[in-house]
Ligand binder design. Structure first.
Ligand code: MF3
Ligand code: CO
Length: 258
């Protein structure tokens, strides 16, 4: 069942989303060689608590951390570790969510550690741009897979591949609600979008093959060919005036690092 959210509910989701967006911006300031992904997890948790927000991922299906920190070939659900120390040339996806007053927010971005390769810059740029392509189709009257198709089209035209195993999702009173929002597929399928629907759109894009495998920790997903992967996510609301991004960021990747 897909719940249409009232203005008051969207305001609550937006409040959680604002906390998520701010914490992600703060985490980015800490990204430098030598920092461990467990340090970043601690910072994210501390900041959430300060804001009176509860980290949404911790305890979700037994996930033990507040943050997902996925480095290089890690696609999503990278488990923070005191052994994973960032080094110059890495890219890291930071995926974070909170719940406040019963409503969830969820967002992710990928950032460079120091100087990164030209090909890593291109991957991150295409991944962020395809997210905005998808969001542009989150318009009342369209169908869910119009978002999916726009993302796939944009990505494959540029020679990259779309991860199939993980998808975007409805969000509201749970982290994951209906509908699923795949990042691939034919247009014109799935439910019709209506004002009040709130979706987390989150393409995961690979330089090489689309295939992923999950490591022995049962969480960390990596590319099977171990080539680079990037991930960007926004929570958005479908409104009478088009898509509204509830987790806005000040700058795009290209503006900052391109
Ligand atoms: N943004 C991811 C998602 O929506 C993060 C979930 S991590 C989990 O699936 F640990 F909570 F599962
Ligand atoms: Co999500």
């Amino acid at each position: 069942m897909i719940i249409l959210r009232s203005r008051a509910e969207i305001e609550k989701i937006r409040a959680s989303c604002a906390v998520v967006a701010e914490i992600l911006e703060r985490l980015v300031e800490h990204i430098k060689p030598g920092v461990t992904t467990l340090d970043l997890n601690a910072i994210s948790e501390e900041l959430a608590v300060k804001k009176g927000a509860k980290p949404a991922f911790k305890g979700y299906h037994g996930y033990p951390y507040a943050l997902c920190a996925s480095v290089n070939e890690e696609v999503v659900h990278g488990m923070p570790s005191r052994h994973r120390r960032l080094k110059g040339g890495d890219i890291i996806s930071l995926d974070f969510g909170v719940v406040m007053d019963g409503y969830f927010g969820d967002a992710a971005l990928t950032v460079p550690v120091g100087q990164i390769s030209e090909s890593a810059v291109k991957l991150c740029t295409v991944t962020e741009e395809c997210l905005y392509e998808g969001i542009s189709k989150a318009v009342a009257g369209n169908r869910v897979s119009d978002i999916s198709h726009a993302i796939q089209d944009y990505v494959e035209a540029r020679g990259y591949s779309v991860v199939r195993e993980f998808v975007g999702h409805g969000i509201g009173q749970h982290l994951h609600e209906s509908p699923q929002v795949p990042n691939y597929g034919p247009p014109g399928r799935g439910v019709r979008l209506k004002p009040g629907m709130v979706l987390a759109i989150e393409p995961m894009i690979n330089v090489g093959e689309p295939d992923v495998v999950v490591l022995e920790d049962q969480w960390t997903a990596v590319t099977r060919d171990r080539k680079l992967s990037a991930h960007f996510e926004h929570t958005i609301a479908v409104t009478d005036n088009g898509p509204r991004i509830l987790t806005p960021r000040k700058n795009r990747f290209t503006k900052l690092y391109g």
